[in-house]
Ligand binder design. Structure first.
Ligand SMILES: [Zn+2]
Length: 604
């Protein structure tokens, strides 16, 4: 015999006792003090949850009965004869449950604290004291369903601030500190539980937590709660679990908060801080890149989207909304598991919206630097080009650097995938979207070893290298320009490349080593100019020549500073040896201090 489940969607009309609450799209109307019937009423949300639960159970062969199948009447007129037609007396529901003789009873509600309170958690109530259930099986049903119900809160999509690591299953006698016997002899507090069928009343969440209330304006958010009861009930009765998986998430603005909105007191640190992207379009694709569905987010400030009845596996979510940068490709990768829902919180960034592309395997390749990207028979060179791969199949990208270059970086759909490149090959096991590939080939760098001797400096490319041993990088194919610069009282002694003198090859004060393709050693030496003696006690000299102020003969450890006319210090360093040079770029007067000595220099 199929199991019989009686479902009571709590409340039933659009009156003052149906928990009307204000939301941004549906504030309280001045005429009634209640929102439009599309606004928040527990009657609406409880019914959506119950209908989805019923639909799922019936599809599995359960026999299902609901205490009501709709809300009404409309309009609600207080005191009218039909005002509570769908809000049936609890005693009448109990009589119906009793005579129907089901295997399980569930009453579906949401909880309330003071409006706007940052309080949210589920509560299951069965009839009896905390220690024991009056109807055997009731407590066990609660325990079976609880782990399924809390899936959404545990995922972080919904706020939960209590019972995160325990259940909140209570007997109504102890929870309310009161109980009484009805005419059928059933002893309890909650009127709807005064019958002999095992089961419980669920307060699935708090509708006074305002962001959750806005989510509940979206039927899919409520259907998902119904689906979670279904999973728990199926688990309790031991019938086969759902082999399909589901996605329910939210689309949020990356930066704009909900500060300043009414009816939206949010929990800091949660995604509830951020503006839901009303009207966003969410596209679902499977691992083969095939289109699986579109969801248009409503404009009720909840950001909710949902996809149903999915085979377990990998999926991709694309996002598009006016005023936001479109997301498509492999950015939002989602894993869907059987008998559960995945709850992705997705953020969009303000920017230019572009339409969704058709997934046909187009690969847009941008190559920077010297090298080739091979895709099948296509060879892509420096610049931007297009190629094609086959959706659902493997794709192989090969990177061939030219001589003197190497593969620097590979970015696929905005993500650096360089580390996945093996032997200059990147393999995408299954093409699930069009692909944007940015490939950078870098020039090979060679490290020059340069020594500069006492009595001058070397200007290498544009860098001043003072007396010391230097490591200087040069890119493959570049020319290396070396300009030895003797200080006052010194001459160039020699310039050696790889220990071979090239002094005779200096032209216009510069030696050019063309087309560097390997490392080199460079030695620059100076000697005391003819007629000057006593190098060891060389007098302190400060000179300006050809863009450089040079200091020679300073004591190691002396502080050397160069100040321009405005008083700005353009160089300040302790002399590591006796000589150094400083580049000055504009004309005028400079003050050079060496230790306690000051020099005034005119640069023309
Ligand atoms: Zn209720």
């Amino acid at each position: 015999m199929p199991k019989k489940i009686y479902i009571n969607p709590g409340h039933g009309s659009w009156g003052p006792n149906d928990r009307p609450c204000a939301t941004i799209p549906y504030p309280m109307l001045p005429g009634t003090g209640r929102p439009d019937t599309c606004g928040f009423y527990e009657s609406n949300t409880n019914l959506w949850k119950a209908l989805e639960l019923a639909r799922r159970l019936q599809a599995d062969g359960y026999t299902v009965r609901l205490s009501r199948y709709r809300n009404g009447p409309y309009p609600y007129v207080a005191g009218a004869q039909n005002a509570e037609d769908y809000n049936r007396p609890l005693s009448e529901i109990c009589e119906e449950v009793e005579s129907w003789g089901g295997d399980m009873f569930i009453s579906i509600h949401s909880n309330a604290a003071s409006d706007g309170a940052l309080v949210n958690y589920p509560l299951f109530l069965y009839r009896g004291p905390d220690s024991e259930n009056c109807v055997p099986g009731s407590k066990a049903m609660c325990q079976a369903v609880w782990p399924y119900l809390v899936e959404c809160m545990k995922s972080g999509l919904e706020f939960q601030n209590y019972y995160n690591n325990s259940t909140n299953i209570r007997g109504d006698w102890d929870f309310y500190h009161s109980h009484s016997v009805n005419s059928n002899g059933y002893d309890g507090y909650l009127g709807v539980l005064k019958h002999g069928t095992p089961g419980f009343l669920s307060e699935g969440y708090f509708h006074t937590y305002q962001p959750a209330r806005h989510r509940a304006l979206n039927p899919d958010y409520c259907y998902q709660e119904g689906l979670r009861y279904y999973r728990g009930i199926v688990s309790y009765f031991g019938t086969p679990a759902d082999r399909k998986g589901y996605i329910m998430g939210v689309v949020k603005d990356r930066s704009q908060t909900m500060d300043g909105y009414n009816y939206y007191n949010y929990k800091e640190g949660m995604h509830d801080t951020y503006l839901p992207v009303n009207g966003a379009t969410v596209r679902l694709r499977n691992a083969d890149g095939e289109f699986m569905g579109l969801y248009t987010v409503d404009k009720k400030y909840n950001g909710i989207y949902a996809f149903y009845d999915l085979l377990p596996g990998t999926y991709y979510l694309d996002l598009q909304a006016d005023g936001y940068t479109t997301q498509q490709g492999t950015t939002n990768k989602i894993i869907v598991k059987a008998n559960s829902t995945t709850y992705p919180v997705l953020y969009m960034t303000k920017g230019t919206s572009t339409p969704f592309e058709t997934v046909d395997g187009t690969v847009t390749v941008t190559v920077a630097g010297k090298g080739i990207v091979k895709i099948g028979d296509d060879e892509m060179h420096e610049g931007t080009g297009k190629s094609k791969v086959t959706p659902g199949e493997q794709a192989v990208f090969t990177f061939i650097p030219e001589e003197g270059s190497y593969l620097g970086k590979v970015v696929m759909d905005g993500v650096d995938v360089t580390k996945y490149v093996k032997s200059n090959t990147l393999t995408v096991e299954k093409v699930s979207s069009n692909i944007k590939l940015q490939v950078t080939f870098e020039k090979t760098m060679y490290t020059m070893t340069l020594t500069v001797g006492r009595g001058g400096c070397a200007v290498v490319q544009d860098t001043i290298l003072n007396m010391a041993l230097h490591k200087y990088p040069v890119a493959h194919g570049d020319d290396l320009l070396i300009k030895p610069r003797p200080f006052g009282g010194y001459d160039i002694k020699d310039l050696k490349i790889d220990k071979v003198s090239v002094l005779g090859d200096i032209r216009d004060s510069v030696y050019t080593l063309p087309d560097v393709t390997r490392t080199h050693r460079v030695d620059v030496t100076f000697q005391v100019a003819a007629g000057i003696n006593n190098v060891g006690t060389a007098p302190l000299r400060v000179l300006y020549e050809d863009g450089l102020i040079s200091v020679s003969g300073a004591k190691p450890g002396n502080m050397i500073s160069v100040t321009d006319m405005s008083g700005k210090v353009i160089f300040r360093s302790r002399a590591t040896d006796t000589d150094c040079a400083v580049r000055v770029s504009s004309t005028g007067v400079y003050i050079v201090r060496v230790g306690k000595m000051s020099f005034k220099l005119m640069v023309k």
